[in-house]
Design a protein. Structure first.
Length: 368
């Protein structure tokens, strides 16, 4: 008896397809139970092992497909979701359906199929097949008019074609219905905020949606960025900085987040320049592009590191010859370095490109 228990335990722990082929019905049942509780690894083992009843296989495919979609593995998610629906929407053997019911495996209800169609719509949209994605979303709504994700997917498709009123109506309905997946609900709030912006609705309403996205899914980095951008436009710089700093924690490899935090400190709040410098250095390391060099240049100006400022602004100009702010900043640095002729030429070029560039730098506390 001890040996049987040890062997069974070893098989359960192995989690390999080869071990699955040797599983007894009892052990296979344990894997099935784990899979139906959305243990993705158990689902994958069952799929690989073969010999699994259709009801379980369809659910295993749907669970694994959804997990792959969440990880942006769209090419791998598509066959799983399509395979789940191929089984679920085929004519079912009444005897097998009865056996599944006895085993406690629910039938393929319209609500379950609707949820898989909604996920399939998402995968198809990400793969670039909008017509098929729209068909899947519509089918999901027909199967279950209370599927919030299905309306959200239809709204995303409308938004991708700039059909803003249609997108808004479906996002409203999706949020009113709700959805169990907090990440998808958070994204729905976020996208509705963007649509509000496209429709030029009040900024306060956009803020509410971005805040709802963050409250629903605190790990949703893009919502912090967009809300921070909106706070900056409203002159609420302290609030913007809190969001950008939160963004750098949640997305440590996203250069734009560090650049935004650096810029807000250096340009608007004009404090914590050492912190701003470290954030701009990180932004430049992650993404050596004109905007990031431009921000690093302003930090250097604020710290009177004239040669560093000139070097950063020069790199920005070489990346974008029409960046007025970089030309103007390079002019200030050049003048401080005693290179008057260079400064005069850059000032003229900058003001020709943007007549307001001088007043912007005055707000930052910098003049030639």
């Amino acid at each position: 008896m001890v040996r049987v228990i040890m062997v069974t335990t070893a098989l359960l722990a192995s989690g390999t397809a080869a071990a699955q082929e040797r599983l007894s019905d009892y052990v296979r049942g344990i894997y099935e139970e784990r899979c139906l509780k959305e243990d993705v690894s158990a689902c994958s083992d069952l799929i690989n092992a073969g010999g699994v009843p259709d009801a379980t296989r369809a659910r295993a495919l749907a669970i694994r497909g959804t997990d792959r979609l969440r990880k942006d593995a769209v090419d791998r998610a598509l066959p799983d979701l399509k395979g789940a629906l191929e089984i679920a929407e085929a004519t079912q053997d009444p005897a097998m359906a009865k056996l599944d019911a006895m085993r406690g495996v629910a039938g393929f209800t319209p609500a379950w199929r609707s949820s898989v169609h909604a996920r399939l719509s998402d995968a198809l949209m990400r793969s670039g097949d909008k017509p098929a994605a729209r068909t899947a979303a519509e089918k999901a709504i027909v199967l279950d008019p209370r599927n919030g994700l299905a309306y959200s997917m239809r709204a995303r498709l409308a938004g991708s074609e700039e059909k803003w009123p249609l997108a808004m109506a479906d996002f409203d309905k999706a949020i009113r219905i709700g959805m169990d997946d907090k990440a998808e609900l958070g994204r729905t709030y976020y996208l509705r905020a963007l649509v509000r912006g496209a429709l030029e609705q009040p900024e306060q309403a956009q803020l509410v949606d971005f805040s709802s996205a963050i409250a629903t899914d605190p790990g949703f980095a893009l919502a912090y960025e967009r809300r921070g951008d909106l706070y900056n436009r409203l002159g609420l710089y302290e609030e913007a900085l809190r969001d950008y700093d939160a963004l750098t924690v949640r997305a440590p490899d996203y250069g734009a987040g560090f650049n935004s935090a650096c810029w807000t400190r250096a340009a608007y709040l004009r404090r914590e320049f050492d912190k701003a410098r470290s954030q701009c250095d990180r932004a430049v390391a992650l993404a050596p592009e004109p905007n990031n060099y431009d921000s690093a240049g302003l930090v250097a100006l604020q710290q009177q590191r004239w040669q560093d400022a000139w070097t950063f602004y020069d790199k920005a100009v070489k990346g974008d010859a029409k960046m007025a702010s970089a030309l103007y900043g390079r002019a200030i640095a050049a003048k401080s370095l005693g290179r008057t002729a260079e400064a005069t030429a850059d000032l003229a070029a900058a003001q020709k490109l943007d007549a307001k560039v001088a007043s912007a730098f005055m707000r930052y506390g910098q003049t030639p």
